[in-house]
Design a protein around this ligand. Structure first.
Ligand code: NAD
Ligand code: UDP
Ligand code: UDP
Length: 443
């Protein structure tokens, strides 16, 4: 039987609960309306959104875009007020957990037999991070080793915490003892200003670092792919460059720290192969571009796009008659994976054979980006290779590989990425860029 007394007690309890709820909602709504998100909070959520859109996950990008309000925890005088605040904080934590997705792109499932442990040195760099994405999506276990000289955690952040992924902060000039089935040895600065910044370190990374990688491969029986370069051909006298050409390199010039060190890296690979039976693959990579390349690496693609986007002069070094052939990064990643898994152990050129003079390239970028930039000529840089175009007959023949992304499509994607990066640097000074002018580097 429900007595009047019991009903009164229920009524009182309900009133108290209703009052607490009303107070909580009122307090929360005041906080939401009065407190704007701080710049740091906006930067944080935008960073997340940028990441997911880079990896193509627009759904995750949009969930990460909503900034959340800050909480004012001053003016708490009573225990009840404190309890209410605690409840609000708990609710906010749940909101944050919900809004910062822990979801990873869905990777393919591979059985133990097919799944490989793949070590990528330099995996936080431009090329490395795209390779990480591809191999992770294929269902492999990926271990990135990087000293973050030119790479960034942000390039691989979207995989941190995934059970198949590991990021190790390590300088490959020092020995490394881990297990792997395959190694992609990409660790090395790649653009002229970066590799000329500390030439001795560039040499150590590509010689001592390569010895450590090959020593590791020898110990664990792994296959190693060395990221070599078209720079091994120097300023070539043979055009287009075939793998059988031995090159024309100045051993004491400003580029020698990179060119000669990469040549030694190749020599080491084949010496470990002959002497220690280490399985090696050598990719001679030609100029590559795409999203995640450094804004301020001083390379022609990044310089021209940035200059066009910001209305600065587009700077051609020398006459502009020198040529390059530009390959989009996804084509390179395809080629690297095909080469690693092929039966072919001699060097293979990976590049796009479509050749342009630098003046033509400046005009292409100027037209595609628009804007008011002027194209200007500056002093030539020392030992600048005058013609570069890969002969990819070997890659076609032994790998069944050839580039498929047109310059138009690749540049459009890269310009889109650079635009986003420029917007990002408005609220965070971190990515402030000053294009490096190689012609001013004293060598
Ligand atoms: P990148 O500078 O973006 O990446 C290189 C990565 O190596 C960075 O993450 C850097 O921090 C890391 N690294 C450098 N020294 C290291 C060390 N001692 N220990 C550990 N990590 C170290 O350059 P990228 O364009 O991605 O080039 C990757 C590889 O491809 C390089 O070996 C480069 O020589 C080769 N390559 C690139 C191009 C190109 O056009 N991008 C052309 C030819 C060859
Ligand atoms: N090394 C390494 N990780 C390994 C095995 C070797 O970093 O798992 C390094 C080792 O420190 C050595 C180098 O690789 O300096 C070359 O190894 P190798 O076995 O060829 O030479 P050795 O140790 O006989 O000098
Ligand atoms: N270059 C240029 N303006 C720039 C940057 C580069 O004219 O702002 C030229 C450079 O002199 C070279 C070509 O573009 O002839 C490619 O240079 P990059 O540094 O991209 O790569 P490289 O192929 O020389 O390693």
């Amino acid at each position: 039987m429900v007595t009047v007394k019991t009903m009164k007690r229920w009524f009182t309890s309900l009133t108290v609960v209703a009052f607490i709820l009303a107070a909580a909602i009122f307090n929360w709504s005041l906080l939401v309306s009065s407190k704007k998100p701080s710049d740091m909070e906006i930067a944080f959520v935008s960073d997340k959104a940028q990441h997911y859109s880079e990896t193509g996950d627009e759904k995750l990008a949009s969930t990460a875009q909503v900034p959340f309000p800050s909480m004012d925890v001053t003016n708490i005088n009573t225990l009840d007020e404190a309890l209410i605040k605690i409840q609000e904080l708990e609710k906010r934590l749940k909101d944050i957990e919900y809004r910062i997705p822990k979801k990873y792109p869905e990777v393919k499932f591979l059985t133990f037999k097919d799944r490989k442990r793949i070590l990528i040195t330099g995996g936080a760099g431009f090329v490395g991070s795209h390779l990480v994405d591809r191999l992770m999506m294929e269902g492999h276990e990926v271990i990135v080793v990087d000293n973050f000289f030119t790479g960034r955690k942000r390039n691989v952040e979207h995989w941190i915490g995934h059970e198949n992924f590991e990021l190790i902060h390590h300088d490959i000039v020092n020995p490394l003892y881990i297990e792997a089935d395959q190694v992609y040895h990409l660790a090395s600065p790649a653009s002229p200003p970066h590799y000329m910044y500390n030439p001795v370190k560039t040499i150590k990374t590509n010689t001592v670092g390569t010895i450590n990688v090959l020593g590791l491969a020898k110990r664990v029986g792994a296959r190693v792919l060395i990221a070599s370069t078209s720079e091994v051909y120097g300023d070539p006298e043979v055009h287009p460059q075939t793998e059988s050409y031995w090159g024309h390199v100045n051993p004491i010039g400003p580029r020698a720290c990179y060119d000669e060190a990469k040549r030694v890296s190749e020599t080491l690979a084949y010496s470990y192969h002959r002497q220690e039976n280490v399985e090696v693959r050598v990719a001679r990579i030609f100029n590559t571009y795409g999203p995640r390349m450094h804004m301020n690496d001083g390379r022609v693609v990044s310089n021209f796009i940035l200059q066009a986007l910001t209305g600065q002069d587009i700077t051609i070094y020398g006459s502009g008659k020198q040529t390059r052939s530009f390959q989009y990064v996804s084509d390179l990643v395809d080629g690297l994976i095909k080469l690693q898994n092929s039966n072919y152990s001699l060097p293979v050129n990976l590049g796009n054979p479509e050749e342009h003079t630098i003046t033509e390239f400046a005009m292409i970028i100027h037209k595609m980006v628009g804007g008011k930039s002027h194209i200007v000529n500056k002093d030539a840089v020392e030992d600048d290779p005058q013609r570069r175009k890969p002969d990819i007959t070997r890659a076609k023949h032994v790998l069944g590989w050839e580039p498929s992304v047109s310059l138009q499509t690749g540049i459009e994607k890269t310009v889109r990425y650079f635009r986003k990066e420029l917007m990002r640097s408005k609220h965070s000074e971190r990515n402030l860029h000053i294009p490096v002018d190689v012609s001013n580097i004293n060598v």
